[in-house]
Ligand binder design. Structure first.
Ligand SMILES: CC(C)=CCC[C@@H](C)[C@H]1CC[C@H]2C3=C(CC[C@]12C)[C@@]1(C)CC[C@H](O)C[C@@H]1CC3
Ligand SMILES: C[S@@+](CC[C@H](N)C(=O)[O-])C[C@H]1O[C@@H](n2cnc3c(N)ncnc32)[C@H](O)[C@@H]1O
Length: 373
């Protein structure tokens, strides 16, 4: 895409964001934010989302999503962000659980672990690729003392990330910028470390995003990523396997789920030396990473998790869908809100099936180094 048309796209997305979410982004979150949107714009947002994520899984539909990855993910996150915050919090990723560990402690530990593996330390300049609303960036900045810049192509999430950083008194250590990770707009060799949490799976081609990360890292710099991939057990020609991958793609706004080997090769192709390569989901953890989406109460670890668990469980999700359907019917919630909850339901089903069968992992950890010379 030429610089001019990329700028046009950025302007159009920014204008649409302020029409959709209004100017005071941040002070409201979750379902409260959903209800205070401009209804006509929200209807348009859902239509844009459904145009890309229409349930079609043929090659032509897949190709269209790969080509239009930027608008497709932008529209996906325009409509799901409030639901994510309502159901999950402000870190949009999975994590491992120790027995007795609370949901929030486990999420933070997963972020600390990545920072530790990347070797992030006080004073480092770090890039968070696909930063969401900045949950991990806030935690990693606090944990390490580093300065973190979050990169994101979604204007709504950037505005929220800035609001939360200010509220947490971290504005001096954090910044959030709009940009496409397939074309990162920083000078080469700018960052000491780069990390990405469950974000680069939105790329149409992993060499593209990894190559851009390689470019902006200083020589000797480290990139650590929790990648969403299909595992070595996955067989693209097995219809049962492909169904699970499709559900994950459609429900989670991903143009194409790649196997782990594709990610590994892409890292090497762009020049990285892989220091660590491990599927953190491939273990005998007594509490599986996907437990909040299973509806199995036996896994709940602390009383404080009961409310979160209800919202993420099958029963809670049905409750949300019913509530949103009624609100949409009586005109309180914007048209299309119900469709979004149904797509998220598909995501939950696919993720649990992928997790149980170990065909999918959301935590393929790669730690990779840009050689010194
Ligand atoms: C999309 C990528 C690459 C990562 C996001 C991972 C998770 C944070 C989300 C995946 C599916 C999401 C769902 C919800 C929250 C965020 C996820 C777990 C809900 C529980 C939010 C509340 C809704 O009512 C149901 C959602 C189901 C899916
Ligand atoms: C599942 S969220 C994870 C967010 C964050 N890493 C976290 O753990 O909370 C994926 C993020 O990637 C961002 N993203 C997707 N495609 C992108 C692109 N082409 N350029 C920049 N960011 C992108 C989304 O806007 C979203 O913030």
């Amino acid at each position: 895409m030429s610089e001019e048309s990329a700028q046009e796209l950025r302007n159009r997305q920014a204008k649409f964001t302020s029409e959709l979410h209004g100017e005071e982004i941040g002070s409201k979150s979750g379902l409260k934010a959903l209800l205070s949107k401009n209804k006509a714009a929200q209807q348009q947002a859902v239509a844009k989302y459904l145009r890309h994520w229409d349930g079609k899984t043929d090659e032509e539909a897949e190709q269209r999503r790969l080509e239009d990855y930027n608008e497709a993910t932008h529209s996906y996150y325009n409509v799901v962000t409030d639901f994510y915050e309502y159901g999950w919090g402000s870190s949009f990723h999975f994590s491992r659980f120790y027995a007795g560990e609370s949901f929030t402690a486990s999420v933070a530990r997963h972020e600390h672990f990545l920072a530790y593996k990347a070797g992030i330390k006080a004073g480092d300049l770090v890039l968070d690729v696909g930063c969401g609303v900045g949950g991990p960036a806030r935690e990693i900045a606090r944990f390490t003392g580093a300065n973190v810049i979050g990169l994101n192509n979604n204007d709504y999430q950037i505005a929220k990330a800035k609001y939360y950083a200010k509220k947490a008194n971290l504005a001096g250590q954090l910044d959030f910028v709009k940009g496409d990770f397939m074309n990162i707009n920083f000078e080469p060799a700018t960052f000491d470390k780069v990390y990405a949490i469950e974000a680069t799976c939105h790329a149409p081609k992993l060499e593209g995003v990894y190559g851009e990360i390689y470019k902006v890292l200083k020589p000797g710099g480290v990139f650590a990523v929790y990648e969403w991939v299909m595992t070595d057990k996955y067989d693209e020609n097995n219809p049962e396997h492909r169904k699970i991958a499709y559900e994950i793609e459609l429900g989670d706004g991903i143009p194409k789920m790649f196997p782990a080997e594709v990610a590994r090769k892409a890292l090497k192709t762009v020049g990285f030396e892989i220091l660590h390569d491990e599927d953190l989901a491939d273990n005998d953890d007594p509490v599986p990473w996907y437990y909040p989406l299973t509806g199995e109460w036996k896994y709940v670890q602390t009383v404080s998790d009961l409310a979160t668990f209800f919202r993420t469980s099958y029963l809670g999700r049905m409750f949300t869908t019913t509530m949103v359907t009624v609100m949409e019917k009586v005109g309180i919630a914007p048209k299309g809100s119900r469709d979004v909850t149904l797509a998220l339901e598909e995501a939950a089903v696919g993720l649990v099936a992928g997790g149980r069968s170990k065909l999918f992992t959301p935590m393929m950890l790669f730690v990779a180094k840009k050689p010194e010379n």
